[in-house]
Design a protein around this ligand. Sequence first.
Ligand SMILES: Nc1ncnc2c1ncn2[C@@H]1O[C@H](COP(=O)(O)OP(=O)(O)OP(=O)(O)O)[C@@H](O)[C@H]1O
Ligand SMILES: [Mg+2]
Length: 144
Amino acid sequence: MLYKARNLEELDQVAKLISSKFKKPAIVFLKGNLGVGKTAFVKSFCKNHQISERTVKSPTFSLINIYKKDHIQINHLDLYRLTKSDLYIEEELKEIALKPNAISFIEWGERMDNVEKFKNVANLYKITITNNQDNIRNITFQEL
Ligand SMILES: Nc1ncnc2c1ncn2[C@@H]1O[C@H](COP(=O)(O)OP(=O)(O)OP(=O)(O)O)[C@@H](O)[C@H]1O
Ligand SMILES: [Mg+2]
């Protein structure tokens, strides 16, 4: 399914449409180039759940940020800076992502090995974002 967002307001709407399809526990891989809008998608998702955009920061250095609201737990990971010494992340992900109320967003998930192992225990999704010349974000959503 392909969606288009010309600005952050439209991204809020796209995030709403896409997230209505998530079945928890959900692991959502966000794919796309540096600066394309992966974190912005998570901010829109959080905004739609009444979590202020200002509290949602990119987990560039922390690797994982967790937000709890109502009955959901949002786990936001950015593995761009993952190194061999951060292998605990995989264990931690296993622990937090498999909670029945968890939605986990993972930027740069390709830095982690064998994500397939989550396939039988969580619902996996992929969101791919590209930016065209007119600065319109094309956002595709697929179930894995
Ligand atoms: N749909 C959009 N419309 C307008 N601006 C956007 C949109 N999506 C993202 N942006 C803006 O693009 C900039 C970079 O976005 P963001 O930080 O989300 O990228 P990213 O993909 O997470 O990058 P990284 O790979 O470095 O983590 C931000 O200033 C953000 O507000
Ligand atoms: Mg980011």
